[in-house]
Design a binder for this molecule. Structure first.
Ligand SMILES: C[C@H]1CC[C@H](NC(=O)Cn2ccnc2)CC1
Length: 322
């Protein structure tokens, strides 16, 4: 069975995208995250005070995987932990009858205060799953065999609802050719490399290695590239109080591209004006990866493309223009 689920921006800035998922008998709104591999949810195991505003999974003790635990922390310092259940999970009509559902007993403040997000659904490789004593499969790995094709496609949009397709490529969601490159899954992520970047009409040869990450809002690249980009934005500056580069909201932002598989994958300048700040300027969608050694191609990069993640004998990533 193939299927498709909507990806709805959680707020006016596309901070994250939420998709409806049936977990047991509840419908929750989860953040599909190609940068991690745990399916975890707010649950009845948590203190009531932590559940205010959230939909949550009502655990059934008969379905508990006794003695199994999980604990995850993300690059932005957020995290969660809890117990594990085997239950039915349905995404866009695709059913996993006994999916490992990671029910939270504790979550960090960033998640508690984000009342729209009821948990995450990881879509990276299952080798990154945090469940102990036995690592569990992602939803995608669980349903892989029932899909017509071993793939999912990501269609995030700028200030609009997009979708996640499972098992099929939707020709109505892109124009032109799909450009495929092999994925580097050796670190558990959907890894890609670029051979150049461009700012406006100027192209620079460089090796930019990164991971595709729907769970990250912005586009994080090496500091020299970030500096070169904002050098082309009048009035821009690094503002440590705001935590990154800001600029006058009236600024014209140049397009940015990464050349992947010989094809320029363009991020429109318009998408790089992420949001207004509390200080009266605007916060950039391109920021430094703080020298973590690789780039994070988050939603700012993804929301102009239709991106196919194919787990064939040789994992591949396909890029097409929305
Ligand atoms: C420098 C980057 C900063 C942003 C980091 N992204 C995340 O932490 C993504 N995420 C998933 C769940 N909650 C957050 C990746 C590193």
């Amino acid at each position: 069975t193939n299927g498709s689920a909507p990806a709805v921006p959680s707020d006016q800035y596309d901070s994250l995208y939420l998709s409806p998922v049936t977990v047991g008998s509840s419908t929750l709104h989860l953040d599909f995250d190609t940068g991690s591999s745990d399916l975890w949810v707010f649950s009845s195991l948590q203190a009531q005070s932590s559940l205010v505003g959230h939909d949550y999974y009502m655990v059934d003790p008969a379905k508990e995987k006794q003695g199994y635990t999980w604990k995850i922390s993300y690059g932005d310092g957020s995290g969660a932990s809890g117990k594990v259940y085997a239950d039915k999970v349905v995404v866009g009509g695709v059913t996993a009858t006994a999916q490992a559902v990671e029910a939270a007993t504790a979550v960090s403040a960033q998640f508690t205060q984000d009342v729209d997000t009821d948990g995450l659904l990881g879509l990276a490789m299952s080798t990154l799953n945090t469940v102990k004593p036995q690592q569990q499969k992602t939803f995608f790995d669980t349903v892989l065999k029932q899909l017509a094709q071993p793939l999912f496609a990501v269609d995030l949009k700028y200030h609009a609802a997009g979708s996640y397709d499972f098992g099929f490529i939707d020709k109505s969601k892109y124009t032109g050719a799909i450009n495929y490159v092999n994925a580097d899954t050796s670190k558990g992520w959907w890894g890609v490399s670029a051979t150049a970047y461009s700012i406006g009409n100027a192209s620079t040869s460089a090796t930019v290695s990164g991971i595709l990450d729907t769970g990250t809002t912005l586009l994080y690249v090496d500091t020299p590239i970030v500096k070169a980009y904002y050098a082309k934005v009048k009035g821009s500056k690094m503002d440590n109080t705001q935590g990154g580069y800001v600029f006058p909201c009236s600024a014209t932002l140049p397009d940015f591209s990464l050349t992947i598989g010989g094809v320029k994958q363009i991020v429109p300048g318009k998408h790089i004006n992420y949001s207004p700040t509390s200080a009266g300027n605007c916060f950039g969608g391109i920021q430094t990866n703080d020298g973590i050694g690789f780039s994070i191609l988050g939603d700012i990069f993804l929301k102009s493309k239709y991106v196919i993640h194919e787990m064939g004998s040789t994992p591949r990533i396909g890029f097409a223009q929305q």
